[in-house]
Write a protein that binds this ligand. Sequence first.
Ligand code: N01
Length: 509
Amino acid sequence: MNTNNEPIANQPLDVLIIGMGFSGICSAIKLLENDITNIAIYEKSNGIGGTWHDNTYPGAACDVPSHLYCFSFAPNPNWNRVYAKQAEIKEYLENIVSDYDLIDYVNFSRKVSRIVLNEGTGLWEVEFTDGKIVCTHHVIHGGGGLHKPNKPNFNGMAEFSGAVMHTAEWDDTVDFAEKNVAVIGSAASAIQVIPEIAKKAKNLHVFQRTPNYIIPRGDRPYTDKEKKRFSKYPWLAKFYRWFMYMRMELITFPIIKKDSKIGKRAAKKIIDYMRQSISDSSLHKVLEPQYALGCKRILLSDDLYSAFNKENVNLITDPIKYIASDSLVTDDDQIYKADVIVMATGFDITGHLYSIEVIGLNQKTLVEAWSEGNEAYRGSCIAGFPNAYLVTGPNTGAGTISHIHIIEQEVGYIVELIKLTRNHSYIEVKKDKQDQYNDEIQRKLENCVWSSGCDSWYLSDNGKNYTLYPENGRSFEKQLSVIQKEDFIITLKKNASLTTNDNQRSINP
Ligand code: N01
């Protein structure tokens, strides 16, 4: 991979993008389309794809239909399956990078450690773990939320003598054949990896803390005929995408409302489906969620329950008391032998936002700004941090819509903000407007199922939800389609004529 796309010495970038997943790639494409070409992308790993580069565990796939889980401006008529697997999504992104000639802008294996606003120069100084610093007028954080693995430290964990891996840090040198395997966790990643491990392992112990609602995915390959039709008639692929989008907006969205009648009816059907699918009736009770449908992510699988029906798969619901050198021991003192432990325990959502130290105006850190909660304005910018943007910031999580739709809207909005100021000014959201926006978001969230009492990674320690957006995709699109200029302060940089390199230079207050 090309690792030498650094900016020319002493010349600041117009925009520095962090991350080469969907967010970073979309940002680069839209900036270039708007003739903002003095840009560079820095990616901490050695490949393209972000989460789709990192998550290579067997069974990794998307639970949003492929034709909706791609950029609207770059449809793919050749998706192989209704729900694409990890390798195909990564390949899609690699093709996009090639089609849009982005590779010359990317620096791989460069991890950002700190970004500091230098008020003297008016530039953000982006510092890397190797100590180097790159200066830029604007910085877009496209690092995504799901990349810092959550690895609970169970008692005795260090004593375990076998292999331990997190789903997001898969070790493909470990052979599961004829091994005793423990999977900890039973949510989105777990339900994809369990059926694959069950095919090989001697015994597979699944440690479930909370049951989930699981619906059939209905995955299947697309036939050659279908692919040809999508290629020949681009309007058909577009219509198909629109149909899936509207189905989620109109059918799935009402479920996220608190006390939804549709939700209650659907929950009953989903539990019936589980009862019909699981042959050991003693498991029915422990697989039945005791919370409202949608409070935790609704999961999709065609093969989890058939894996649970296998002789070599064992579902355990007693909490893990400690881990010994060759086993996991539960609170009821049962011992489960294990050669390999797979942690399907999710991600550290809050921690990831602090993995980069951010210092803004008046030396205020992001940790200080967020001491009472991770709040941003429209998920994209934060008061006190001018010319810095988040693509999938607080409260942009899509409850029922494709995350790619969210990313496209956010990027479009951020590019318009950058165009308003180019390099001679700061653009900063007003704190009172940010507060108003968040009050409204939190008020709407109170009426959503996520605040109906279950424990989920959507909620922070103070009980507030800084993860999800309480409305539908069309509402998200609408709110980001216009910039309310009165919500921002635009200030000329003190030394605008020194730092600017765009066509609008002229002002030196
Ligand atoms: O992580 P999770 P994930 N002791 O946090 C359990 C996306 N994703 O990697 O429910 C014991 O949802 C925890 O138990 P509980 C998607 O956005 C997308 O599965 O907290 N157990 C749970 O069972 C998703 O929402 C795809 O009680 C512990 C599991 O570990 C997000 O990633 C595919 C524990 C963690 O579940 C995260 O999903 C995969 C402990 N100390 C993932 N700590 C797509 O298809 C945690 N658990 C697009």
